[in-house]
Design a protein around this ligand. Sequence first.
Ligand SMILES: Nc1ncnc2c1ncn2[C@@H]1O[C@H](COP(=O)(O)OP(=O)(O)OP(=O)(O)O)[C@@H](O)[C@H]1O
Ligand SMILES: [Mg+2]
Length: 231
Amino acid sequence: MQIRLENICKCFDGVPVLENINMHLHKGKIICIVGPSGCGKSTFLNLLSRLDLPDNGTIQMDASTKTAYVFQEDRLLPWESVYDNIRFVKNAEDSRQILSLIEDVGLKGYEKHLPDQLSGGMRQRCSIARAFYYGSDLLLMDEPFKSLDFNLRFEMIEKLLLLWEKSQCAIVFVTHEIDEALLLGDEILVFSKRPAHVLESLEIKTPQRERKLGDPHLLSLRAKIVENILR
Ligand SMILES: Nc1ncnc2c1ncn2[C@@H]1O[C@H](COP(=O)(O)OP(=O)(O)OP(=O)(O)O)[C@@H](O)[C@H]1O
Ligand SMILES: [Mg+2]
């Protein structure tokens, strides 16, 4: 599985939002995107998901690429339980897998709860379980851990890595948290203010499991990202 984006441009009502974005993604690779609010990160994911089309540039991707999308909002069905919100994305029901995913995201005991009876972070975790139940070659995640506290955030990073290792999907992960990007990304793209272009592309070769936020290499990358964001 390969995805190649070249010179992607997108405008809304004549206002440029994305400008000449290039990206290369393959099976098992995680790309994290950081950048200011409103610069075009969700727009970029919408283009990758094929929910929207670029005005210019090319997206090379096999038509058979199966894509799952964890939206910035959880988009659960309010009248369905946690279990049924996950189940509904596939025709065949695999209750063992659903229950195991519910446990993986820390929602054991909440299978029958409706979205209204959950916190924002719990709803977000339900939508992550749903994405993995659907199964995909390409997983798009738009600030999936934004409603989680500091500890839960790191727990979810561990869980995401576990699910990713099992599935070997490619992931594009948008976040405002630089630490999340440092722990997850094989590559980090720093987007500029709108119209977004890539200010910096940083590669991290250390396997995700071996990374510690205090490592000098990660600390220097962190400083570089901050410098770029504040530019
Ligand atoms: N469908 C649309 N029609 C018109 N303008 C849009 C549309 N979608 C997004 N925009 C504009 O494009 C810009 C980028 O929006 P986008 O949601 O991609 O930003 P973002 O980087 O995801 O921001 P945040 O970090 O706050 O989620 C914004 O100025 C927004 O108003
Ligand atoms: Mg967004």
